[in-house]
Design a protein around this ligand. Structure first.
Ligand code: NCD
Length: 358
């Protein structure tokens, strides 16, 4: 079905994201002007995974635009608990609503939903894979607080392997000129290879370091992340990583006077509360900006229907994605679609981006 969805920002040209971010800024400056833009419209929020900011900021966005909301935030209270597939739930709910926002613990789930949905689908986080609307929030925050999206040295710290926010943000910032990345993590939590390849292909550069101390003085932006307890194979593996990075007032002394600290939140213990009073701590403001940018996104998606092609690769009926947390290993009806490298020995799953040698 030819419908506009937001699964991955990279399905759109940079001008499209810029127009959403610019509209977000316009809404921030005069929200009342947009109060009736979605009168009579319904948004469904299907949250299969916990959320505070993403879910509530989407709901607030729709209500502030004059629309109404339906949905669930605990799949146990829906037919999901009876074994209903993503396909069936999405098919039905998308026939009730004008726009559907979905968060799910499995990578590629939003794309799977979009394949059968009758209305636009927005990916509000698919497992450890992507989180494009957090990235729109981050871009609006950078545009307002740093006055630019280019020429920035951005440090990303914490759980870079499982953090979908940093994956989406890297893909996005590498599309702007002269951004440099410093990845601060333990060897176990390094940024996935496919994200590093996107950065290199774009002409941006990255380095990887083990400690916050060796990077903090060079940064324009420090993006802290939580260690994603729920995505570890065992509790022991999580405990081995817990508390590795803690940003405190002492470390902030080595940072530039105009560096800003971002965090998608929730914070666990990676930023001490005394940093909150530092004027460079921007994470609560960032969460507030999330409402404006989501208002802009909803307006854009409801007004200009520019369909995106969801599967551009080829179907390989006998190949399974090697990622056990990929939606194709959960919902058997999905076409197993891969992008192939030149000699067809390296396949990249079109749902979760995991690579496989065949
Ligand atoms: C993030 C998420 O859910 O990926 N939070 C958010 O959307 N604001 C980060 C996290 O859970 O650590």
């Amino acid at each position: 079905m030819k419908i506009q969805h937001l699964i991955d920002l990279n399905d759109y040209p940079v001008e499209w994201w810029k127009s959403v971010v610019d509209l977000g800024e316009e809404i921030k400056n005069d929200p009342a002007k947009f109060a009736h833009e979605c009168d009579g419209k319904v948004m469904a929020t299907l949250f299969y995974e916990p959320s505070t900011r993403t879910q509530m900021s989407f709901q607030t966005a729709m209500i502030r635009l004059g629309g109404k909301i339906i949905g669930f935030d605990n799949p146990a209270n829906s037919s999901v608990s009876k074994g209903e597939s993503i396909k069936d739930t999405t098919k039905i709910v998308s026939s009730y609503a004008d726009i559907l926002v979905m968060r799910h613990p499995v990578a590629g789930s939003a794309k799977a939903a979009a394949l059968t949905a009758e209305c636009p689908v927005i990916n509000a986080g698919d497992g450890g894979h992507l989180h494009p609307t957090q990235t729109l929030t981050d871009l609006l925050t950078l545009q307002i607080e740093k006055k630019t999206l280019s020429g920035l040295t951005v440090g990303m710290c914490g759980d870079l392997v499982n953090g979908r926010t940093v994956h989406s943000l890297c893909k996005a910032l590498s599309r702007f000129k002269d951004n440099k990345f410093i990845f601060i993590s333990t060897p176990e939590l390094r940024m996935p290879a496919y994200i590093k390849d996107v950065i290199t292909a774009s002409g941006s550069t990255f380095e990887e370091v083990d400690t916050l101390e060796e990077a903090i003085g060079k940064l324009d932006v420090l993006y802290m992340t939580r260690i994603q307890q729920e995505r570890f194979a065992s509790h022991e593996e999580y405990l081995a990583q817990k508390n590795t990075y803690v940003l405190d007032r002492i470390k902030m002394q080595d940072a530039k006077k105009d560096m800003i600290v971002l965090h998608p939140l929730p914070r666990v213990d990676e930023i001490t509360v005394d940093v909150d009073d530092d004027s460079r701590a921007m994470y609560f403001t960032q969460a507030k900006y999330g409402v404006y940018v989501r208002m802009a996104l909803v307006l854009t998606m409801l007004k200009n229907q520019t369909p995106v092609e969801l599967l551009k690769g080829s179907e390989y009926k006998s190949v399974c994605c090697g990622n056990p947390n990929c939606v194709t290993n959960l919902e058997a009806y999905l076409p197993k679609s891969f992008r192939a490298s030149g000699d067809e020995t390296l396949l990249e799953c079109e749902y979760c981006d995991e690579r496989k040698l065949i």
